[in-house]
Design a binder for this molecule. Structure first.
Ligand code: MG
Length: 446
C-alpha cells in the first residue's frame, strides 16, 4: 500500500478519525518529536502453536471469511496512515506459508516477515530488532490471534501516546462476576469465593510503546523470567502506562467457538463495507416550437421576455419537461407523457411547476433523494443568461434542493438546425438520485 494518505479526512467507517492530521506530520527534531511524531511500526506475533483449536492448521493460518487470521490483523495496520512498517514474527520454517496466506497484502512494501523464538518474549525481541527506528518512534505489538482490530482503537492508542504515555494498551471492563476456584479445570471445581472485580480490567493488544524504550527493556530483561505481556516491563520501570477503551470485537481467537463468532462478525462487517451506494442517473430531452402568439416564454419555471411564447398543450416549459423526464428516467417510471398525457384536458395550459412537483413526490415515495439536477437549454433566442440565476432558484425551490445542487446552462446551436433558425427551443437534463430504501427493490439499505 504505497502513497499513505496524511491528508485531512481519513475515515473510519464514515466517522472522522480521532487523530488530527498534524499529529501525523513528519518531524525530524528528536527531542520535540517524541510526542508529536506518531509514526509507528507494527509487530504482529504469529509464531504461536494453537492448542485449543482442535485439529487443522495453527489458528494464525486458518481462514476467516476467505482471508487468513493473520491477514486480517495485517490489513488493519496496512490501512492506517501512521504505520510505516509491518513486521510479522512467525516460526522461521513457516515463513513461506505465512507469505502465501497473506494474499495481496504480501505485496505491501512495508511488510517484513521475520523468524521468532520459542517464547513470546523471544518473538517480540526478534520483531523489535527487525524494526527500522529511522522511520518511526513508536511500535505497536499485536497478537495475530486478534484478527478484528478496529481503526478507532489504534487512533485511541496513538492519542494516549501523544498525550505523554510511556505505553498504552486497550482494556475492557470485567463484566462478569469473578470466582476464585480451587483447581484449574472449569468443570467440577469447588468455588473458593468471589473476587472483587472493581479495579480490574482485561488487557487486549495492540500495546503501543516508544520503540527505543521497549527494545532496551527487552534486551535488559532477565531472560529466564517469562513475560506474557510487554506492558509489564514498563510497569516495572514505574512510568505511566495509560489504558484506552478496547473493543469487544478485538477478542482473542482461542477456541473453535471463538472462531465461529469471529467468522460471523467479519462476514457481517465486510458485507456492509461492500455495499455500493445505489445512485441512479436519468436523462431527459424536450423540444417546443415557438407559437405565433406573443411572449413571454415560460422556461425553467419563470417567464422569460420573448417575442413569442412556446406552443404546447401545457405552458410549454421545455426546461421543466426535460427535468421531469430525467427524474422519471432515474426512477424507471415512464415519462412525462405517461403521467400527463397531452390528450387529457386536465393538463391544458397546466403550470409545468406542478409536473416537476409531482416528479419530486414520486422520488420521495420511492425512498430516494435527488442529489443534483442539471439542465441545458439550446436556443438562439431568447437570451437565457440574464435569467439563469432565477431559473436555478426556482428549480431548486420546486425540487427542495439548495441552489448549488441545480445546474442551468445555455447554448446556441451555431445557427444550425431548428434551434439555430429560431423556430423553437430544445432542452436536455440530467437527474442524479440516490436510493436508500430496501422497499424500492434495491439490494441494500444505504
Ligand atoms: Mg414538452
Amino acid at each position: 500500500m504505497k502513497g499513505m494518505d496524511f491528508a485531512p479526512g481519513f475515515r473510519d467507517n464514515g466517522r472522522m478519525s480521532e487523530i488530527p492530521p498534524d499529529m501525523l506530520a513528519e518531524t525530524t527534531d528528536s527531542a520535540a518529536s517524541d510526542s508529536a511524531d506518531l509514526r509507528m511500526v507494527a509487530i504482529i506475533l504469529a509464531a504461536g502453536q494453537s492448542s485449543r483449536m482442535g485439529d487443522g492448521p495453527e489458528k494464525q493460518f486458518r481462514r476467516l471469511n476467505g482471508r487468513s487470521v493473520t491477514a486480517h490483523a495485517v490489513s488493519a495496520f496496512c490501512e492506517h496512515p501512521a504505520v510505516t512498517q509491518i513486521i510479522i514474527v512467525c516460526a522461521a520454517e513457516r515463513a513461506a506459508d505465512l507469505t502465501a496466506s497473506l494474499g495481496d497484502l504480501a505485496d505491501d512494501p512495508r511488510l517484513k516477515i521475520t523468524g521468532g523464538g520459542v517464547r513470546r518474549q523471544d518473538s517480540v525481541l526478534a520483531g523489535l530488532k527487525a524494526a527500522d527506528p529511522s522511520a518511526a518512534t513508536l511500535v505497536a505489538i499485536h497478537d495475530a490471534a486478534r484478527p478484528v482490530l478496529p481503526r478507532a482503537v489504534i487512533d485511541r492508542l496513538l492519542t494516549a501516546m501523544h498525550d505523554g504515555a510511556a505505553a498504552a494498551l486497550p482494556v475492557m471492563p470485567v463484566v462478569d462476576t469473578l470466582k476464585a476456584i480451587s483447581g484449574t479445570a472449569v468443570d467440577g471445581t469447588a468455588v473458593d469465593g468471589t473476587v472483587d472485580r472493581s479495579g480490574l480490567a482485561v488487557a487486549q493488544t495492540p500495546q503501543v510503546f516508544h520503540l527505543a524504550d521497549i527494545l532496551s527493556l527487552h534486551q535488559a530483561h532477565d531472560t529466564d523470567t517469562e513475560i506474557t505481556d510487554d506492558i509489564q516491563l514498563i510497569e516495572a520501570s514505574g512510568r505511566p502506562v495509560i489504558t484506552v477503551q478496547g473493543d469487544r470485537r478485538l477478542m482473542k481467537l482461542t477456541t473453535a467457538e471463538d472462531f465461529d463468532i469471529l467468522e460471523t462478525l467479519i462476514r457481517t462487517a465486510e458485507g456492509s463495507d461492500q455495499m455500493i451506494p445505489d445512485i441512479r442517473v436519468g436523462n431527459g430531452f424536450d423540444v417546443h416550437r415557438f407559437s405565433d402568439g406573443p411572449g413571454p416564454a415560460r422556461i425553467g419555471g419563470i417567464d422569460v421576455p420573448s417575442a413569442h411564447s412556446l406552443a404546447a398543450h401545457s405552458d410549454g416549459d421545455v426546461g421543466l419537461h426535460a427535468l421531469c423526464d430525467a427524474i422519471f428516467g432515474a426512477l424507471g417510471d415512464g415519462d412525462i407523457g405517461t403521467h400527463f398525457p397531452p390528450s387529457d384536458d386536465r393538463w391544458k395550459n397546466a403550470d409545468s411547476a406542478d409536473f416537476l412537483t409531482f416528479a419530486v413526490q414520486r422520488v420521495a415515495a420511492r425512498g430516494a433523494i435527488i442529489q443534483h439536477l442539471d439542465l441545458t437549454l439550446i436556443c438562439e433566442t431568447p437570451k437565457i443568461g440574464p435569467h439563469r440565476a432565477a431559473m436555478q432558484q426556482r428549480i431548486a425551490s420546486l425540487a427542495g434542493l439548495s441552489p448549488e445542487r441545480v445546474g442551468v446552462k445555455a447554448t446556441t446551436s451555431e445557427k444550425l438546425g431548428f434551434t439555430g433558425r429560431g423556430e423553437g427551443i430544445a432542452a436536455q437534463a440530467t437527474a442524479t438520485l440516490v436510493f436508500r430504501s430496501l422497499a424500492d427493490g434495491g439490494t441494500h439499505g444505504k
